[in-house]
Ligand binder design. Structure first.
Ligand code: HEM
Length: 415
């Protein structure tokens, strides 16, 4: 309706933002977002600062941003990532087992619990115990606030931030946040005492990291990066998993084909083998294509005058990739509004046609990890349990705080 390129205003604090979805324009932006044409300034990503703090990778730019990414990336790739396979499968199985047969439940609930547990165990390296349980409960509350459009307004509207005691919205928010911070600082303090233990979680790796001058990260920096990974990874993955559950159970032929593919593994659910299954991969990709969890990339800003998709952008113009519209382009994805995983078997899409995780210097750090988790959780649920949608209502896409997800729907475990 608005054409390829148009300008939006997200809120008063944030100036105009020019959106692009044409693959050629996206390629130009995302391959030049740290050159003389564009930058990817962290200063524009301040919405989450109340939770992630000021030292988070979201808010950093230039060399400090590159350094933070170098520190954070390794645990989300290769062998390190694959070592979390059994943990992810175990959490998926444990959470869904806890649901009673024949009793309908909101589909999002188990997916939220799974994604939070996976992050707390893999990223924070927490094991069961009172601190873990307290943190899971408190983080669940904090993250639920961020995902509800009404409560999330505290993040966007500074005038709502009035501490009118522990029962007021802002009062509750800051008290909860203080308690979470304390739990994290206690965990860091304990870790500093137990240097002899070999661990491969991300908190340990961050604590061991040193910058060029030999400095370690401060407790505040550690806290901010942990909260960033939580905020970036929890709601997004839970939402993608909820959509995947919906599509697989809404479309019986998709479920059937997935079950056949899983059968071909002959009971060998080795995480690396599951990761390589082509149809499972296609279902996860199509889930992220049709309703991408993040509608937009983070903003980039022009450093000089740039001609792009027949518009001229003056220096200092904020632009962003519109992931949603890029995934709906009819010439790239025929029948774009249909859920058709086969398209990912028949064709290869470029990184500027299909970009659920953004691209360039801010491309999602958790991309491989999130795809790994989606595949393992989905395959575990399908092979171990018989779930069904508990009503025939159509699910719509709706805003959930900072991401976009399915309207609430219920499922039931059969037998
Ligand atoms: C399905 C799940 C996920 C989706 C759809 C998603 C999507 C995205 C998108 C679109 C961006 C912005 C990229 C850009 O501007 O070019 C991003 C950034 C980011 N993501 Fe994810 N993400 C997911 C899961 C995760 C996970 C599991 C983690 C880590 C635990 C994570 C950590 C991050 C971080 C730290 C950034 C900021 C990178 C930077 O500023 O340099 N994400 N993600």
């Amino acid at each position: 309706m608005y054409g390829d390129t148009f300008t939006i205003r997200l809120n008063r604090r944030f100036g105009p933002l020019v959106l692009f979805s044409d693959p050629q324009a996206l390629q130009l932006i995302l391959t030049n977002d740290d050159t003389k044409l564009f930058e990817a300034p962290g200063g524009l990503n301040v919405t989450l600062e109340l939770i992630t703090g000021t030292q988070s990778v979201f808010g950093l730019s230039g060399e400090r941003h590159r350094r933070a990414r170098r520190l954070l990336m390794p645990p989300f790739h290769g062998e390190r990532m694959r070592s979390y396979g059994e943990l992810i499968r175990g959490v998926g199985e444990q959470v869904v087992s806890g649901y009673q047969p024949d009793q309908a439940f909101p589909a999002r609930n188990p997916m939220q619990t799974i994604s939070l547990r996976v992050i707390l165990r893999a990223v924070f390296g927490l094991t069961d115990g009172p601190r873990y349980q307290e943190l899971e409960k408190r983080l669940g509350t904090l993250l639920d606030r961020v995902s509800s459009p009404v409560s999330a307004s505290i993040l966007f509207v500074p005038s709502l931030r009035q501490d009118l005691g522990p029962r007021s919205p802002w009062g509750r928010f800051i008290r909860n946040r203080q308690q979470i911070d304390q739990l994290i600082y206690d965990e860091i303090a304990d870790r500093r005492k137990q240097t002899e233990r070999q661990r491969d979680d991300i908190l340990t790796l961050l604590m061991a990291a040193r910058d060029e001058s030999g400095e370690a990260l401060s407790d505040l920096e550690l806290r901010d990066e942990l909260m960033t990974l939580l905020i970036a990874g929890h709601e997004t993955t839970a939402t993608a998993l909820t959509w995947a559950l919906y599509w697989v159970h809404r479309l019986p032929p998709v479920r059937q084909r997935l079950l056949q593919e899983l059968d071909s593994l002959d009971g060998d659910f080795d995480p690396s083998a599951v990761f390589k299954l082509p149809y499972l991969n296609a279902v996860c990709s199509e889930t992220l294509r049709i309703y991408p969890v993040a509608l937009l990339t983070f903003p980039r800003v022009t450093r000089s005058r740039v001609d792009l998709s027949s518009v001229t952008l003056e220096p200092g113009t904020a632009v962003a990739g519109c992931i949603y519209l890029a995934h709906r382009r009819k010439e790239v994805f025929p029948d774009a509004e249909q859920f058709r995983p086969e398209r990912f078997l028949d064709q290869h899409y470029s990184a500027y046609e299909f970009l659920p995780f953004g691209g360039g210097v801010r491309r999602c750090i958790g991309m491989a990890f999130a795809q790994f988790e989606m595949k393992l959780v989905l395959s575990t649920i399908l092979s171990r349990f018989n779930l069904a949608l508990s009503d025939a209502r159509k699910v719509r896409q709706q805003r959930r705080g900072l991401v976009s997800g399915p309207s609430p729907f219920r499922m039931v475990k059969i037998g």
